[in-house]
Design a protein around this ligand. Structure first.
Ligand code: NAD
Ligand code: ZN
Length: 351
């Protein structure tokens, strides 16, 4: 088994080889065919989230233990099945639902393990898919990929699911409404792909990077480049002086969250998703007088992921840009993500 592992926070990932594990109990061993590289893996390598005013939220204080194999967007082929795992066909290709919970709390029992307070997520609290092998604790976390190729299917487990969950929270929106989406990276590209299925609202994407915005325009949306200054005015020029009915912030730092909040029209909704870090100062009378909603959104449930895969496969959506790379490039891809060089998603092959 070959893996790219995080040994120390703030240090590069290291390649490690060891004997393949054998699945015990209900475990399933998969050969990793594709694993998406998410910006969250970069926060994990750093070891913290920015909380604003220089304060940090350390992932070790949230229960992350090293060494760890990152990677939570995994498609794999079933290699071996534990003695209590039941009938899982060898050779089957499956998408792994990574947002595993304790299995006993209210959230887990309600089918929302992504909100469990004792999370066991793969690639964060347990070894994930930056590897050629992954152990999944139970077959219930394996989903059908339908006819999607592994490199396209894998990122629905996080980027696709997160975009889907955030978009659903922005609804209902009518053709008269404007929706602002901040961030045209992995999550933003999936939002662009899914938007036509969910709403006919008028959508504006905002990012600092012209290359990504050009790709978003190919999907048929308007864009604003926030590196060009006067961002608020540029958005208002498109949407009118009242502002937007909803804003989804896939960056969610101090600047973007304040901008999104300031652009909301009365009764508007803001959905905070990104983990770039920072803080948002909200004058409380504004929240009441303008009847605004501010809420967070974290990934999605197993049933939402199954629903999403079914939808994507039925509707034959145009894929987002995907680049396929080898496992040994994992660390340099994280550097590319940090410096904003990735268009769409990079996917590791497990080789
Ligand atoms: P990415 O690196 O692929 O994309 C980030 C995009 O944001 C890039 O296009 C970049 O140019 C743009 N950007 C950065 N700073 C900006 C700014 N100040 N103004 C405008 N645009 C800016 O990242 P991703 O994989 O799409 O993830 C985005 C964020 O969402 C990360 O922080 C990630 O950890 C987080 N995330 C959250 C969830 C969740 O469930 N809440 C799930 C997955 C990822
Ligand atoms: Zn992710």
């Amino acid at each position: 088994m070959k893996s790219a592992r995080l040994i120390e926070f703030g240090s590069p990932l290291e390649l490690e080889e060891k004997r393949d594990p054998s699945p015990k109990g209900t475990e399933i061993l998969l050969e990793v065919l594709a694993c998406g590289v998410c910006h969250s893996d970069l926060h994990l390598r750093d070891g913290y989230y920015q909380m604003g005013k220089g304060e940090k939220l350390w992932v070790k204080d949230r229960g992350v233990r090293l060494p760890l194999t990152p990677g939570h967007e995994v498609v794999g082929r079933v290699l071996q099945v534990g003695p209590e795992a039941g009938k899982v066909p060898l050779g089957a290709v499956k998408l792994v639902y990574p947002w595993i919970g304790c299995g006993e709390c209210e959230e887990c029992e309600e089918g929302t393990p992504q909100l469990c307070s004792s999370p066991k997520s793969l690639g964060i609290y347990q070894d994930g898919g930056y590897s050629d092998r992954i152990l999944v604790p139970h077959p219930k976390w394996l989903l059908d990929t339908h006819d999607l190729l592994p490199e396209y299917a894998c990122s629905y487990a996080c980027a696709g699911l997160t975009a889907y969950g955030a978009l659903k929270k922005s609804l209902p929106l009518s053709a008269k409404d404007h929706l602002l989406i901040i961030g045209a990276g992995g999550l933003g590209m999936f939002a662009a792909q899914l938007l036509p299925l969910l709403t006919d609202a008028k959508v504006i994407f905002l990012d600092l990077d012209e290359g990504r915005l050009a790709k978003i325009r190919e999907f048929g949306f308007q864009t604003v480049n926030s590196s060009e200054g006067e961002t608020s005015e540029a958005v208002r020029k498109i949407v009118g002086p009242k502002g937007v009915s909803a804003a989804i912030d896939f960056v969610n730092n101090s600047v973007t969250s304040s901008l999104a909040f300031s652009l909301l029209k009365k009764n508007g909704k803001m959905i905070s998703v990104g983990l770039f870090g920072g803080e948002l100062k909200i004058p409380t009378p504004i929240l009441s007088l303008r009847s605004l909603t501010v809420r967070g959104s974290y990934t999605g449930s197993p049933s939402e992921l199954a629903e999403l895969l079914q939808l994507v496969s039925e509707k034959k959506l145009a894929p987002i840009p995907v680049q396929v790379k080898s496992l040994k490039e994992a660390d340099s891809i994280l550097n590319d993500l940090a410096s904003g060089k990735v268009l769409g998603r990079v996917v590791l092959t497990g080789k």
